[in-house]
Design a protein around this ligand. Structure first.
Ligand code: 13P
Length: 255
């Protein structure tokens, strides 16, 4: 059975003192939940705080994630951060191809695919983001967009799908307060799993997360869907109390 993964994406938020307070609150909330927690937890923080967070999260069940990585191993790539550097500071997962990086930093499907492929030769879990814009959904292109974004990754990986995590993040639902309905989410997640199944026999083992205005109130209805294996959470992950409630909802689904 697939375990749920609740991953926070802090985006460009946080500070040394905020981070300390957040970890303290999550630590207390997790302790109050007791020992029988099944959901996996990760928090993806801005690069300058990775080392600090690695220290703060030691001896907690919360894994450390980054928000991007270079496709290159090292060299003259000013501003880039390599997988080796992420590993060196204790990172276990990385978000790749978030729609904000695709839209504001020109990341193409092929760059995203190269980054995911690079992760496969390390122990870092890639969380690759896919999703359609409002216009694309309204003009009936959702499946085509998802298919072309995912095909680029699957073609680059060939058979090597181990540890791949996919996040369906409809662009129109990110930071807008609009959430995909459970029907919309399940339909796209099942479509994604079907696409994965065309390339790997392990599609049933791979996690597909939902992201886009997931919060403490709507988490249960999304996490109970058969093909929703967790959440990639932006705004609500900054509020430790809300993030903890989402983890509780995921634990309830795992039991
Ligand atoms: P929000 O949860 O703030 O809508 O952000 C979702 C997201 O982009 C997570 O990667």
């Amino acid at each position: 059975m697939r375990k749920k993964l609740i991953a926070g994406n802090w985006k460009m938020n946080g500070s040394k003192s905020f981070n300390e307070g957040w970890v303290k609150s999550i630590h207390a909330a997790l302790a109050a939940m007791g020992p029988s927690q099944n959901a996996e937890i990760m928090v993806c923080v801005p690069t300058p705080y990775l080392s600090q967070m690695a220290g703060l999260l030691e001896n907690t069940p919360v894994a450390l994630g980054a928000q991007d990585v270079s496709a290159h191993a090292k060299g003259a790539y000013t501003g880039e951060v390599s997988l080796g550097m992420l590993l060196d500071v204790g990172v276990q997962g990385v978000i790749i191809g978030h729609s904000e990086r695709r839209a504001y930093h020109g990341e193409s499907d092929s760059v995203v695919a190269q980054k995911v492929k690079a992760c496969m030769s390390s122990s870092i879990t890639p969380i690759v983001c896919l999703g359609e814009t409002q216009e694309q959904r309204q003009s009936g292109q959702t499946n085509d967009v998802i298919q072309s974004q995912l095909s680029a990754v699957m073609d680059a990986l060939e058979q090597d799908f181990e540890r791949l995590v996919v996040a369906y993040e409809p662009v129109w639902a990110i930071g807008t307060g609009l959430t995909a309905t459970p029907e919309q989410a399940q339909e796209v997640h099942a479509f994604i799993r079907g696409l994965l199944a065309t390339k790997t026999r392990h599609a049933q083992d791979l996690k597909i997360l939902y992201g886009g205005s997931m919060n403490a109130q709507n988490a249960s209805s999304l996490l109970s869907l058969p093909d929703v294996d967790g959440g990639l959470i932006g705004g609500a992950s900054l509020l430790a109390e809300d993030f903890a409630k989402i983890i509780t909802s995921a634990n309830a689904e795992c039991n």
